[in-house]
Design a protein around this ligand. Structure first.
Ligand code: NAP
Length: 283
């Protein structure tokens, strides 16, 4: 039976650190503040917003929500973003994606102030990740993967890591982070030949395919440490990962569950970025 790498204790440890830092900032009369920009009322945006607000409140981060209708023209949306950029009382900005089709993300990502870009949208911040500067705003999900592994004392230096994903949100930045930890990284994707052999040979496998329970025992060995980033619809209002957890859990060394794994750490990372932004802006 595998060791279950639960996200909750990792998130708790990160949040406790944030709480202390928010308290120190408050002693200097600085209230770390997140600005959420939301277009329209999509149910998943609203539910994510509620959970972000609840999380922020639990660690002493204030939230201001800027809500505009889903048909707000591009120029007005840009004006709003610039206003929030220039508002000195807001330290971090979170925008829910995907944005409506008439909003040009390529333009928006370059306008968000890199110092407030807690979700790593601006190419300036992403470039830093690829240059090996990993203490700024790195994408939250890849950072959550690294934090889970570190929390459970899984050695990264020299480890062979297979990542099944080459997207800019997960696989590419994550590969840079593993390199920063001196791991040896293989980036896999839909054209990778003999994927089960590649992943079975790795010490750590990160799955971010986006296909419910696609990865069965043939993808792993008894020594595999499996990090499941996938969030898939499992029907009946439930979610599941990319790994066939119930069958695989018996046969690998360690595994993250879905739900309750990487996803629960991702939101804590986002909060930690508000503190980083606040400290940088107010120093
Ligand atoms: P994406 O852009 O669709 O990337 C999927 C990746 O999987 C691609 O690189 C694709 O290869 C590869 N792939 C697809 N089918 C494959 C197959 N049969 N064999 C091998 N590789 C295959 O998705 P994403 O936005 O990066 O997200 C991936 C997953 O992570 C989703 O389930 C998403 O919900 C989840 N996610 C979780 C979090 C979190 O906080 N936990 C955050 C973001 C995303 P090609 O490049 O060749 O197409």
């Amino acid at each position: 039976m595998a060791e279950i790498l639960k996200g909750a204790p990792v998130a708790k440890a990160i949040k406790e650190k944030i709480k202390k830092e928010a308290e120190l900032l408050k002693q200097k009369n600085i209230i770390p503040t997140l600005g959420i920009i939301r277009m329209g009322n999509r149910a998943d945006d609203i539910s994510y917003e509620k959970s972000v607000i609840k999380n922020c409140e639990s660690v002493g981060i204030q939230v201001r929500v800027f809500e505009v209708s889903a048909d707000t023209p591009m120029n007005e949306f840009v004006e709003l973003l610039k206003k929030v950029n220039e508002d000195g009382s807001i330290h971090g900005i979170l925008m829910f994606r995907p944005l409506p089709k008439h909003i040009d993300y390529e333009v928006i990502k370059n306008i968000i102030d890199p110092r407030k870009d807690i979700d790593c949208m601006n190419p300036i911040n992403l470039e830093k990740v690829f240059e090996g500067e990993l203490d700024g705003f790195v994408p939250c999900t890849p950072k959550a993967v690294i934090e889970v592994l570190k929390y459970y004392n899984i050695p990264l230096a020299g480890a062979n890591v297979a990542i099944i994903n080459r997207s800019m949100v997960v696989g590419r930045p994550l590969s840079m982070m593993f390199l920063g930890e001196s791991s040896t990284v293989t980036i896999c994707h839909s054209k990778t030949r003999n994927l089960p052999k590649v992943t079975s040979d790795a010490d750590i496998v990160v799955a971010a395919v986006g296909k419910a329970r696609m990865l069965g025992n043939e993808y792993f060995s008894e020594n595999s440490i499996v990090i499941d980033v996938g969030i898939n619809d499992a029907g009946e209002g439930k979610i599941c990962g990319d790994v066939d957890y119930d069958n695989v859990v018996e046969n690998v060394k360690a595994i993250t569950p879905v739900p309750g794994g990487v996803g629960s750490v991702t939101s804590a990372i986002l909060l930690s970025h508000v503190i980083i932004a606040c400290k940088n802006i107010t120093k």
